[in-house]
Design a protein. Structure first.
Length: 321
């Protein structure tokens, strides 16, 4: 906030004091007020270009609702004395712009910390837009563009899938690519991780020998059976909720013994085991979704797509198996 009016008012009072009360004290007030203004302006115009602001990169992944820390480094590149610096950070979909107040007086550099809350899955983008600097007594200010960006990868939320019922496609396929992540134990022999059978599991995964011992059906989790992939497609205009729903459906299909592949903006990732399901979740964390459904064209899904997720969470079943 500028205080030009206050400085002018103080000078007027000093002139009145000089003319009608005491000339010596009045002149002293004029010198003090005027001299302070001149010094403040000189320091400001010398210092305003002699510093840099750098927004540090954010690494790793987090979950929705968690706080993410920002680190902004202010560094002097010459003589610089700035008592008032306001850094404006655009948080994208994470809320109103963040304004950080600081100063750069003593020392060559300074680190400023701030937090924002990750509001949605996928890439949460952050931009250090500008720095607004002003002099000591608030006579002038200058907005300096910065335009530095960073992003935080946020894992899809764990939600219940509420779309149309989709069963894993169990048809054998010679073209099926076996997913990585097969677990081996006891010298590399597969087939030692199991769970109890649930309706929809592939009969190919049933371990009949173990089932006979436990007197209940047990299915293998750690070996691929070459089943045909269920293809999920997230359109280009999809909002973050689509990533959450796609992962919810993928989790359901994998736990029932299926193999899943998700495609989005020319990239794809698949899963067939709990291990590769976690890799799929991390892949979804690095996807960039639309801010509004109309932001980008939906695109054309591949011909072998089973389910399309678009817009604000619309689920369309393309093929039924």
């Amino acid at each position: 906030m500028l205080h030009i009016g206050g400085t002018v008012t103080a000078l007027i009072i000093a002139v009145i004091f000089m003319l009608f009360l005491n000339g010596d004290i009045g002149w002293a007030l004029i010198y003090v007020i005027g001299g302070t203004a001149v010094i403040s302006l000189v320091l400001f115009f010398i210092s305003k270009r002699h510093f840099t602001a750098t927004l540090s990169e954010i690494s790793g992944v987090t979950e929705c609702g968690r706080d993410v820390e920002l680190d902004i480094k202010l560094e002097k590149t010459g003589f610089c004395v700035l008592p008032h610096i306001r850094l404006r950070v655009n948080l994208g979909n994470n809320g109103l712009p963040l304004v950080i107040k600081t100063a750069l007086l003593f020392g060559k550099e300074k680190h400023v910390k701030a937090n924002f809350r990750a509001s949605h899955s996928g890439l949460n983008r952050v931009e250090l837009e500008c720095a607004v600097v002003s002099d000591f007594i608030g006579l002038v200010q200058k907005e300096i563009d910065i335009g530095q960006k960073t992003q935080k990868a946020v894992l899809p939320r764990v939600i219940e899938y509420d779309g149309p019922e989709i069963l894993p496609n169990m048809l054998p396929s010679d073209e099926e690519e076996v997913e990585e992540g097969v677990t081996t134990m006891n010298g590399g022999m597969p087939g030692y991780e199991h769970r109890e059978y649930v309706p929809g599991d592939s009969p190919r995964r049933v371990n009949y020998k173990l089932s006979a011992k436990k007197n209940k059906l047990m299915v293998r989790l750690d070996e691929s059976q070459g089943t045909k992939t269920t293809n999920l497609y997230i359109s280009a205009d999809a909002m973050p909720i689509c990533g959450d729903k796609a992962f919810a459906l993928a989790s359901r299909l994998v736990m029932r013994g299926g193999t899943v592949k998700i495609s989005h903006k020319g990239s794809e990732c698949g899963a067939s085991t709990p291990e590769t399901l976690e890799r799929l979740r991390e892949w979804l964390a690095f996807r960039e979704y639309a801010n509004v459904p109309e932001q980008a064209a939906g695109g054309t899904p591949p011909t072998d797509t089973t389910v399309v997720f678009s817009g604000g969470g619309v689920v369309s079943q393309i093929q039924a198996f």
